[in-house]
Design a protein around this ligand. Structure first.
Ligand SMILES: NC(=O)c1ccc[n+]([C@@H]2O[C@H](COP(=O)([O-])OP(=O)(O)OC[C@H]3O[C@@H](n4cnc5c(N)ncnc54)[C@H](OP(=O)(O)O)[C@@H]3O)[C@@H](O)[C@H]2O)c1
Length: 249
């Protein structure tokens, strides 16, 4: 590491760092010495304990992905508090109860696009503006295998994730000259609150169709995100990196 980040320590902004993958990423980055700014709709035991134990390194705020000005305000607050932003992980997303497209309401469609696509784009713009003043930075968009394979009941969710992948590729072209890398990580199924509704029958089917014969451990997804953000991946940008045990191969 060289430049301003080396002096002040590296700063990550993670959307949805209270639970699931976001929480694991927040904890692992803190363990590696990063400062972490994260938000979610509700505080929980993790965010409250970490804010109390690591007040100099951890910032949490209540922000909803649907509130564009609150998102921008959070980026400004994080950059001010920690002196910059070196990494944005667009992790938070919503997967509504799986529903067939013909009966999905316009309101649900708009809300899903707002939280899963418009919000990550707004966060990327606000963070990239900070990163451009530092002449370095990275953005990782957490996508889904739904972006690259069709599944019933998730058409709009799939559209938002495919949109995010296209966004990553073109943004990488635009921000590369500013020394900002942009990638998408495409996880297969892993256990989290988002997948509690997967029935035993579906879980068995997923396992059967996965060459490695199981769901991912959440740390395997975090490993991939952290690899992409590491110096070992310093020449990787504009890519979609699939980590799915082979289910889409
Ligand atoms: N789980 C899987 O099998 C799987 C597979 C492929 C891709 N993914 C992707 O991986 C990422 C992480 O998924 P996960 O399973 O870890 O999710 P999760 O366990 O449901 O956690 C989601 C996180 O985002 C926050 N969040 C959700 N809606 C929000 C909103 N409207 N405003 C602000 N924060 C919000 C949640 O906190 P609050 O609820 O308190 O707001 C929580 O911190 C997502 O992008 C998901 O699409 C997951």
């Amino acid at each position: 590491m060289s430049g301003p980040a080396a002096v002040r320590g590296q700063v990550a902004l993670i959307s949805g760092g209270s639970r699931g993958l976001g929480r694991i990423l927040a904890q692992r980055l803190l363990d590696e010495g990063w400062k972490v700014a994260t938000f979610s709709r509700s505080a929980n035991e993790f965010t409250e304990r970490t804010a109390a134990e690591r007040p100099d390194d951890f910032l949490w705020a209540q922000v909803d992905l649907g509130d564009r000005s609150a998102l921008r305000g959070f980026v400004t607050a994080a950059a001010r508090r920690f002196g910059g932003i070196d990494l944005l992980i667009n992790n938070a997303a919503v997967l509504n109860k799986q529903e067939l497209f013909l009966t999905t309401s316009t309101r649900q469609i708009d809300a899903l696009i707002a939280s899963n696509l418009s919000a990550p784009i707004a966060l990327a713009q606000a963070c990239a503006r900070v990163m451009s003043t530092q002449s370095s930075g990275q953005i990782v968009n957490v996508s889904s295998i739904n972006a690259i394979r069709g599944y019933r009941g998730v058409a709009v969710y799939a559209a938002t994730k495919a949109g995010l992948d296209g966004f990553s590729r073109s943004l990488a072209r635009e921000l590369g000259p500013l020394n900002i890398r942009v990638n998408s990580v495409i996880p297969g199924f892993f256990d989290s609150d988002m997948t509690t509704e997967v029935t035993d029958r579906n879980r068995e089917r997923i396992q059967r169709r996965t060459p490695l014969g199981r769901l991912a451990d959440i740390d395997e997804i975090a490993d991939t995100v952290l690899f992409v953000t590491s110096s070992r991946a310093s020449f990787i940008t504009g890519q979609t990196i699939v980590v799915d045990g082979g289910i889409t191969c």
